[in-house]
Design a protein around this ligand. Structure first.
Ligand code: SAH
Length: 362
């Protein structure tokens, strides 16, 4: 891994020498996506042995409930015969596996699915192909390759992984916050002043606002697909739902389940930031209904997680039951994933409801 850091550092510093500084977005693009040394060219990033763990990796109940959500929608939407189920950023392919496995109990539903994985990382595609070898899946990495059919989209912890930019306040004005180096030591500093100043006036020097063009652009493209072809898209991720501009840094590095500087251990540190659900829910969209955002706890409760856990626990040995209850706690407890993780849905406007979003004040 040290060689990843050395190689990426050289590339990044050369580009800084050429341009003067590097935007956070460009830095993330190189550190995450470089085909040889980037974080996503690395095999073992998700899971207990990796850097972070996600809901589908905690317990299969998560994928089973997503499957319930999809089958309900499919029934509400008149049981279409031929549709896409696209997962964006499928990681190890576990969520798709759990959804396809669970839904195989409904032949009519599973015979109509075209499972599609939208993934950029070659090593992760190899892992997904192995995980999903018993199913007839397709892999794409561009919107052009998506077949034109009614579509369900699902994305868990995808938006938080996309590159962002930052601006920083100084003397009541906003500047780009970029990355510089001194003798190959990387550091953040302000660069140019923004020509068009945002409406939000800073409270104090050092305030930071994060701008997620990539996440917004993905959402717009996905929602456009839904609006043209039907049916819906559901995004689950961590972030804030409050109606306020976040003036602070949420960008962070994670390595071996610990927070770590994004400027160290390049290529072996995951980089992510909080999703601004409030901003997403205000994106202007034609012909679309927005559902939520609501907490993951509420979403999973609405889909019947308690009943599912109860049913499963009957036949388990005591230690298996303890593990199941601990997983349940992890998925919905407000001290863990239940509160910081939120869910937002989009449906073509003729579909007024989405399962999982029924009760939002509990
Ligand atoms: N959904 C998975 C993994 C989340 S990690 C889970 O819940 O376990 C983020 C995923 O998004 C990885 O699979 C990563 O390779 C993928 N990804 C990140 N940026 C991407 C991009 N621009 N296009 C496609 N996939 C991307």
């Amino acid at each position: 891994m040290r060689s990843f850091d050395r190689n990426l550092r050289k590339l990044i510093c050369d580009e800084i020498d050429f341009k003067g500084s590097l935007s956070v977005k460009r830095f993330m693009e190189i550190s995450l996506y470089h085909p040889k040394f980037g974080y996503y060219s690395n095999n073992h990033i998700i899971g207990n042995k990796g850097d972070f763990i996600t809901a589908p990796e905690i317990n299969q109940v998560f994928g089973e409930l997503i499957s319930v959500c999809l089958i309900n929608q499919w029934e509400w939407f008149g049981k279409p015969k031929n549709f896409n189920l696209i997962e964006f950023g499928p990681g190890k392919g576990t969520l798709m596996l759990d959804v396809l496995r669970t839904s195989s109990s409904s032949n009519e539903f599973s015979n109509s699915i075209n499972p599609i994985l939208f993934e950029k990382s070659k090593p992760l595609i190899r892992i997904q192909k192995e995980t999903l070898k018993d199913f007839n899946c397709t892999w794409v990495n561009s919107f052009k390759k998506i077949p034109s059919r009614p579509t369900f989209v699902i994305a868990n912890e995808f938006l938080d992984s996309l590159p962002i930019n930052q601006i920083i306040a100084f003397n009541h004005e906003w500047y780009r916050r970029e990355i510089f180096h001194s003798n190959y030591e990387l550091f953040f500093d302000k660069s140019d002043k923004l020509k068009v100043q945002p409406e939000c006036t800073p409270n104090s020097d050092g305030d930071i606002i994060e701008i997620s063009y990539s996440a917004e652009s993905f959402i717009k493209k996905i929602v456009n697909l839904i609006s043209k072809q039907g049916f819906s898209a559901i995004f689950i991720d961590y972030g804030l739902t409050e109606n306020k501009t976040i003036t602070g840094e949420t960008l962070k590095g994670i390595r071996n389940h610990q927070f770590s500087s994004i400027l160290d251990n390049l290529g072996s540190t995951d980089i992510s930031s909080w999703v601004n659900f409030n901003k997403i829910s205000k994106i202007k969209l034609n012909n679309i209904n927005i559902h939520g955002p609501i907490s993951q706890k509420m979403f999973l409760n609405n889909l019947g997680i308690k009943e599912r856990i109860e049913n499963l626990s009957y036949n388990l040995l005591p230690n298996q039951r303890r593990k199941l209850l601990a997983d349940f706690e992890r998925l919905i407890s407000i001290n863990q994933m239940g509160k910081l993780f939120n869910v937002i849905g989009f449906s073509k406007s003729k579909y007024k409801k989405l399962p999982g979003f029924e009760y939002s004040t509990k």
